[in-house]
Design a protein. Structure first.
Length: 75
């Protein structure tokens, strides 16, 4: 399970490595470059799934075949 993801701001292009929470989804992220508050794109559970280089841990677990994904990402 990867806990590091690089979030890239779609507004200014600033990219920053961040540590993801392992048991929850992060719904908001403030860009350190331009200050824009990012939210997940429609259909995504969190900002890491929308703008990160690696999806959030609950989605990683689901894709790996975990039978009990975190409730924040369960559909």
């Amino acid at each position: 399970m990867l806990l590091q993801s690089v979030i890239t701001c779609p507004h200014c292009g600033t990219a920053k490595a961040e540590t993801m929470p392992s048991n929850a989804c992060q719904f908001f992220y403030e860009c350190t470059g331009c200050g824009v508050r990012l939210r997940p794109k429609d259909g995504d559970c969190c900002v890491f799934c929308s703008y990160g280089s690696v999806p959030c841990p609950p989605i990683q677990a689901e894709r790996a075949g975990a039978t009990d994904p975190a409730s924040c990402c369960a559909g």
